[in-house]
Design a protein around this ligand. Structure first.
Ligand SMILES: [Zn+2]
Length: 434
């Protein structure tokens, strides 16, 4: 597929309109491909029976059913029990008392050549992830892994501008032409998305979105200084981090103060975003305006709440960070109520989760923000598959899709905390943890 993508890109470049406008015709690739080669599927049929099926689409679970997997693909999803005929031919897993879900998809996970961490995440149910914004070389180790890894989608270095926050991880865009060149190079290097970072000036957005669009690459953004409303108007499809909405909601004075401090010093954003969010009025009409815009433009919103979570101290005292976080939760609740597509991204670690379990903490926080358990599961599976341009292939328990599946003890459709009880993980049609 990487070869095919390269070929398509080359074809597109040959037929492109001319210097300065080298934007290829839109490709009709069925889906974007992960950067790594996942393990070969088992060459036997596998039956998982007596299991509650939570297919990821958000509907009522099948309380007792079975699923058949062959050559890495789901070939049957049925209520009731499999016939003796089927059972005889297959390797059978009796999953009584467990729930079967699609493998979890993490839209925001950073890991620098750390295969052990990725293996830990896989064992905890994450079968697919995207790293929004590291150089491709930060993932060289995946080609030398000694154990299975999740499907890894990469965006390449994020696009930024001086004075840069993470110089080693960024490409600094010099001009609109340069932006187009960079994206073409990323696409040929195996990017399956493009990430904008917070210093990139708005004047580059249009070319970034247009060139990425020619390769079907979603453009996602982490914002501080550019408002989410402006980014969305320019065609960004994904907003990473709840904090990216801050300046769209703030009053003029608070916004100017925040922008001035962060513009002077990149590191000021860490504290100032909490001060800004603590001061925001969630009843302001600005909240509804930016949410309506995002809904209308079909934006994917990856709040990464776990990364920002702050709890009151042991005496119950709430500082501005705790107040700021409460408003972030409230904003996600309002966005969800209005129909925004919310997806799960762990951001790798948080203050309130054990190493490797931040995804589950993010699920709990989305539950606190008012998503029903089945909606949280849909956010982590079906919606993320769409966000990754992979709806035909990943994200639900459906005939014809890749067999990335997890078994969970208990019933997460009633209690999302059950997502900590991952008892088995299947990747590409074979068990990697059982
Ligand atoms: Zn990040």
């Amino acid at each position: 597929m990487k070869g095919l993508l390269k070929y398509l890109c080359l074809l597109a470049l040959i037929s492109s309109p001319g210097i300065g406008q080298q934007v290829p015709e839109k490709q009709s690739a069925a889906y974007l491909k992960e950067f790594n080669t996942v393990q070969e599927p088992a060459r036997r049929e596998i039956l998982i029976e007596n299991v509650r099926i939570i297919d990821g689409n958000g509907g009522i679970p099948v309380e007792r059913g079975y699923v058949v997997v062959k050559d890495g693909i789901i070939t049957a999803v049925e209520p009731g029990s499999a016939s003796e005929e089927i059972k005889k031919r297959m390797s059978v897993t009796d999953a009584k008392g467990k729930s079967l879900l699609p493998g979890l998809i993490d839209a925001h996970l950073h890991s620098v050549n750390d295969n052990e961490f990725l293996q830990l995440c896989l064992g905890n149910g994450i079968t697919t992830l995207r790293d929004p914004g590291h150089p491709f070389t930060f993932y060289q180790a995946i080609h030398f892994a000694d154990a299975p890894l999740p499907r890894i989608f990469l965006t390449g270095p994020h696009l930024d501008y001086p004075p840069v926050a993470y110089g080693q991880e960024a490409t600094l865009v010099r001009s609109n032409d340069h932006a187009r060149q960079v994206i073409r190079r990323y696409a040929e290097s195996g990017a399956s998305g493009i990430k904008i970072y917070f210093r990139l000036p708005l004047r580059f957005y249009k070319d970034v979105v247009e060139t990425a669009g020619a390769y079907n690459l979603p453009v996602v953004a982490h914002l501080e200084l550019i408002s989410a409303a402006d980014a969305i108007q320019e065609g960004v499809i994904g907003i990473e981090h709840v904090t990216s909405f801050g300046t769209s909601i703030a009053g003029a004075e608070a916004r100017a103060d925040f922008e001035k401090k962060v513009d002077e010093n990149n590191n000021a954003r860490r504290e100032e975003r909490y001060r800004l969010w603590a001061s925001l009025d969630m009843n302001s009409p600005k909240v509804g305006e930016v949410i309506d815009l995002a809904v209308q433009k079909n934006i994917f919103f990856c709040p990464t709440l776990a990364a920002f979570e702050r709890q009151a101290d042991s005496t119950g005292k709430e500082d501005f960070r705790v107040k700021g976080f409460k408003n972030m939760l409230k904003f996600v609740e309002l966005a969800h109520q209005a129909g925004m597509k919310i997806v799960v991204g762990s951001h790798s670690s948080s203050l309130y989760s054990k190493h490797g379990w931040t995804y589950q903490r993010e699920m709990e926080l989305l539950r606190m923000a008012g998503l029903a358990p089945l909606e949280v599961i849909k956010s982590g599976t079906v919606l993320n598959a769409a966000y990754f341009g992979n709806s035909p292939r990943l994200g639900s328990i459906s005939v014809g899709k890749a067999a990335d599946l997890i078994l969970v003890d208990g019933n997460p459709s009633e209690n999302i905390a059950a997502m900590y009880n991952i008892s088995a993980v299947m990747l590409n049609g074979d068990w990697v943890k059982k």
